[in-house]
Design a protein around this ligand. Sequence first.
Ligand code: 5GP
Length: 175
Amino acid sequence: MNGERNLEVLLTEEQISKKVSFLGELISRDYAGAKELVLVAVLRGSVYFAVDLSRQLSIPFILDFIGISSYAGKTDPLGIVRITKDLDTNIARKNVLLVEDIVDTGLTLNYLLKNLRTRNPLSLRVCTFLDMPARRIVDVPVDYRGFEMPDVFVVGYGLDYQECYRNLKEIAVLK
Ligand code: 5GP
């Protein structure tokens, strides 16, 4: 059980779905005519968003996944993460769109961008569903963002608390 009575909904299913459609149109327009787009979804939180977003794209793309895990279950102060599943696609000379669930301190994204840049993509952009700029420690580029959020711990739409709440259709704050 998710114990949903302890949650305060911040974003409804309808708000989420409208935003995902909007982002899909924007990205389709920006990449129209561009060659070889690879959507890189970061396991596991961004999977729900990435799949929904991909269904709103009217351009061809390859969907791939990169799995990461923080050391000892915590965000490392230097942002060092462990890659638990690498991409299957060679992204050299391809347009890469990294799809994130949330950019919080920016440490994870910073590490991922550095890692992916070493593989010589033609372009590398970031699309995040949620952005928490107030919590940023490292400056990271965000090209597409769904919603800017206040400094709260949110769950739902792929985001978990101890592996619970991922399947919540809304974004909520745990009370
Ligand atoms: P970072 O702090 O490195 O930007 O974020 C690292 C990861 O921590 C995110 O990809 C996400 O998985 C997790 N995270 C950060 N903020 C939240 C939050 O408010 N809720 C949940 N469920 N996860 C978060």
